[in-house]
Design a protein around this ligand. Structure first.
Ligand SMILES: [Zn+2]
Length: 177
């Protein structure tokens, strides 16, 4: 495994590091090479990604909503994220992706030539998803709103069903992520 991939795993929650290694080694046993390329993402980085496909109005409304809910930590980070440009890559503001909680990882399928295969219809992604699911993960290829075949997460639930926005604000404020 590359140093970069190892760093990504080391940045995940210690409780899932072993099981992600197991996903990778089980894939390898089936002749499939998967490579982690994104693990922990800070709340600020998630805010930047969220902003990049949204209008100023939408962003202002979201900041107001956070401030009204007394979630100033998240509101400040969304403000700090600054102007961004790019495609729509996330449905969630910072704090609401399992990547922010160190509980999700994105892996690509590596081709025989050593290069990443980004085509999600490549059968390797289905194999990766099946193996991850058999080891207790939820696979992004099964998502209905924003399918992401590279993504696996240890928790099945959505963060906004588990915590209120204020709880998320307070958790990240206290752990400083
Ligand atoms: Zn992901």
């Amino acid at each position: 495994m590359t140093d970069h991939a190892q760093e990504i795993i080391a940045g995940l929650d210690p409780t899932i590091q072993e099981s992600i290694q197991k996903v990778i080694s089980t894939c390898l046993e089936q002749g499939l090479m998967i490579v982690p390329y994104c693990g922990y993402r800070s709340v600020l980085d998630e805010m930047k990604l969220w902003r990049q496909s949204r209008s100023t109005d939408e962003i202002e409304q979201q900041i107001d909503k956070l401030q009204t809910a007394n979630c100033t930590y998240l509101a400040d980070l969304l403000q700090q994220a600054g102007a961004q440009n790019g495609p729509h890559v996330t449905n969630t503001i910072g704090g609401f992706s399992w990547h922010n909680w160190k509980q999700a990882v994105d892996c690509y399928v590596q081709g025989d030539d050593g290069n990443p295969i980004w085509d999600a219809s490549n059968p390797g992604y289905q194999t990766y998803g099946d193996i991850a699911k058999s080891l207790g993960y939820t696979w992004g290829g099964d998502f209905t709103t924003f399918k992401d075949a590279t993504h696996i997460q240890f928790n099945a639930g959505e963060i906004d069903n588990l915590y209120s926005i204020k709880q998320v604000n307070d958790i990240f404020q206290s752990n400083g992520w």
